[in-house]
Design a protein around this ligand. Structure first.
Ligand SMILES: C[S@@+](CC[C@H](N)C(=O)[O-])C[C@H]1O[C@@H](n2cnc3c(N)ncnc32)[C@H](O)[C@@H]1O
Length: 215
């Protein structure tokens, strides 16, 4: 292993090891299309203990309530949408770069709409379209960089909430903390919290649970 390869524990899962080495949206699309069928089983087992979707959904409902229209950015197979729906959130749209993951998300029945989209670029969606944006597991090594945070703020109506997990290993080194500070300094967002939270609890991996209010 070279010194610049991620050292975040993978619990020996070969897909996770590959996931942390992705090189942009095209790579991500191809990789997640391949992983889609096994993704839920690989992450939901006790060995990985992927608790982030449940914890993020719980956080969103706490800060925004259930009567909200939510964008699930990087929705994957729909673990977050299912967790939100289970808590009574009725209107959830999902976007993801991988058609294979979107197909799985569709099968959950939790989403109003599901569309392919690349979160490293601006979305065609109008500003202030959502009461809240949630993004779980996607702000991490080799996936989507801090530039997406400004887009999440643009898509959220003033007073609405952004809830995003950022893998703790990249919170500072990946520029997410600096981008959060920039958005707050620019007056477009308010920082509610960025607490360390369990993420893949089976292997001791933590994330920041970033909560912002759009202004
Ligand atoms: C670890 S999965 C998380 C999925 C889901 N949110 C969850 O918590 O289970 C990361 C997701 O990010 C998506 N992704 C990676 N790069 C992306 C990009 N540039 N634009 C949109 N989605 C992307 C992948 O297709 C994958 O579904």
């Amino acid at each position: 292993m070279t010194s610049d390869e991620p050292t975040t524990p993978t619990g020996g899962n070969p897909y996770l090891k590959r996931a942390y080495g992705l090189r942009g949206p095209d790579d991500a699309r191809e990789f997640y299309d391949e992983w889609a069928a096994e993704y839920d089983a690989d992450l939901a087992d006790d060995a990985q203990g992927y608790v982030a979707p449940e914890l993020a959904a719980e956080t969103l409902v706490r800060v925004a309530g259930t009567g909200v229209t939510v964008l699930d950015a990087g929705c994957g197979t729909g673990l977050v949408g299912a967790a939100l729906a289970q808590r009574g959130v009725g209107v959830i749209d999902g976007v993801d770069v991988s058609p294979g993951m979107l197909e799985r998300a569709r099968a959950t029945g939790a989403y109003r709409s599901l569309e392919p989209a690349d979160l490293t670029r601006p979305l065609p969606t109008p500003a202030d379209a959502y009461d809240a944006v949630i993004c779980v597991g996607t702000l991490t090594h080799g996936h989507v960089g801090p530039e997406a945070l400004a887009e999440f703020v643009r898509l959220t109506r003033p007073g609405g909430a952004i809830v995003a997990t950022v893998l703790d290993d990249v919170w500072e080194s990946g520029g997410y903390r600096a981008e959060t500070d920039r958005l707050v300094d620019a007056g477009v967002a308010e920082l509610v919290s960025a607490d360390v939270t369990p993420y893949r609890s089976g292997v001791g991996v933590e994330a920041r649970m970033l909560v912002l209010t759009a202004r």
